[in-house]
Design a protein around this ligand. Structure first.
Ligand SMILES: [Zn+2]
Length: 380
């Protein structure tokens, strides 16, 4: 991890580089920063910089023998501790090390939720257990392999339980020679005060809106306007920005699917309907359910446009354009049945109904509903 790969945080980077240049490397440091700020990425980039054998003025070289190993997180003097879901096969971090390397390299802004998702353990408790301290001592007692320092990065240090934190404290009080502890945490109040008092604090702020906007434009191809909106919503949290990007992408896909379905059902164009069904059936079950929910959302918003204040609608720009044209097709005489059919479809989808039959049925129903005359209810 190079400093240059980390979004913004210029002041923190300069401070870290300076501490190395001036030889003031404290043996225990606490990288404290909110989720998505890059606290973990900064700790790893700092460790890499310390070990780099061809340091540049502001960054690691990226190509020396040490950097090459750091790029894959396989340097023998770099160790990690992170929360795991304890089980009979998983007692300490090392037990899931390959998964960890893969997850971090894939996304250095990884959140605890992302990490547990990749472990298939979303609902389990995240802990750094007491056995981990023994493992830390064992790793640190190994002689330094290649670098000047052995570096132990403890991610989500606040997840240490009491026993585990107490043991670590003892190690911090009498640290082994040439060893660095980089604790990475989001919330200081959950850490033992005694641990906080024995570490040097590196405070990491949220990413600035400008830095976040720039990365969204440059690396994710967003328009400046869209980048500004996303950066504002993400509030300095890059992990959140990634989540929003993913949602935007899904929304765009869903909108296009919804448009195709409505166009094909309005006058029942069989070719269009079959093409849409093929497309939808090929998607996974979760995407299909997500689409049904999306259709419910668009129909509800269309009703709001018809009967309420258009400023209340919760839609993106493309969706608003579409809904303005589509809204006249949704009215008192068909709204209830639209919702009903979609809810039923969702229900059957969850019970593994055949997607092709279900979507065909939906297209027929929509053909009927889109053509219900507006005044039908009033004339009754
Ligand atoms: Zn290097």
């Amino acid at each position: 991890m190079l400093f240059s790969e980390i979004i913004g945080q210029q002041a923190v980077k300069e401070r870290l580089v300076r501490s190395v240049a001036e030889g003031r490397i404290s043996h225990a440091q606490l990288f404290l920063g909110p989720q998505g700020s890059g606290n973990l990425a900064l700790a790893v980039a700092y460790a890499q910089y310390i070990s780099c054998v061809n340091k540049q003025p502001a960054d690691s070289c990226g190509t020396c023998s040490s950097c090459v190993k750091y790029n894959k997180l396989i340097h023998p003097d770099l160790h990690f501790v992170y929360p795991v879901a304890l089980s009979k096969d998983v007692r300490v971090s090392t037990d899931v090390a390959p998964k960890w390397r893969e997850s971090f390299l894939d996304n250095p802004y990884i959140t605890l939720y992302n990490w547990f998702e990749s472990l298939d353990a979303e609902n389990k408790q995240a802990v750094i257990g007491v056995e981990e301290s023994g493992e830390v001592l064992r790793k640190l007692s190994l002689t330094t392999y290649e670098a000047e320092y052995k570096i132990m990065v403890i991610w989500q240090a606040e997840k240490m339980n009491q026993a585990s934190a107490n043991k670590l404290l003892k190690i911090l009080e009498e640290p082994p020679d040439k060893t660095l502890f980089l604790l990475v945490c989001e919330s200081e109040d959950q850490l033992l005060r005694t641990i906080v008092s024995r570490t040097q604090l590196i405070k990491i702020p949220k990413i600035s809106d400008t830095d976040l906007m720039n990365v969204l434009v440059e690396s994710h191809g967003l328009s400046p306007e869209n980048a500004e909106r996303t950066a504002h919503l993400a509030d300095g949290n890059y992990a959140e920005a990634l989540l929003l990007l993913n949602e935007n992408e899904n929304a765009a896909q869903n909108l296009s699917g919804f448009q195709k379905l409505m166009r094909a059902s309005l006058k029942f164009n069989p070719q269009g309907v079959f093409a849409w069904i093929d497309e939808m059936s090929a998607a996974g079950r979760e995407r299909q359910k997500n689409f049904i929910n999306y259709a419910l959302h668009i129909i509800r918003e269309s009703m709001i446009v018809n009967y309420g204040d258009a400023s209340l609608i919760k839609l993106g720009k493309d969706e608003q354009e579409f809904v303005k044209k589509f809204a006249p097709f949704i009215h008192a005489a068909n709204i209830e049945r639209f919702m009903d059919e979609l809810n039923k479809a969702h229900y059957h989808m969850e019970r593994n109904a055949n997607a092709k039959i279900l979507f065909m049925d939906l297209a027929f129903k929509f053909n009927e509903l889109l053509n219900v005359p507006k005044q039908e209810l009033a004339s009754r």
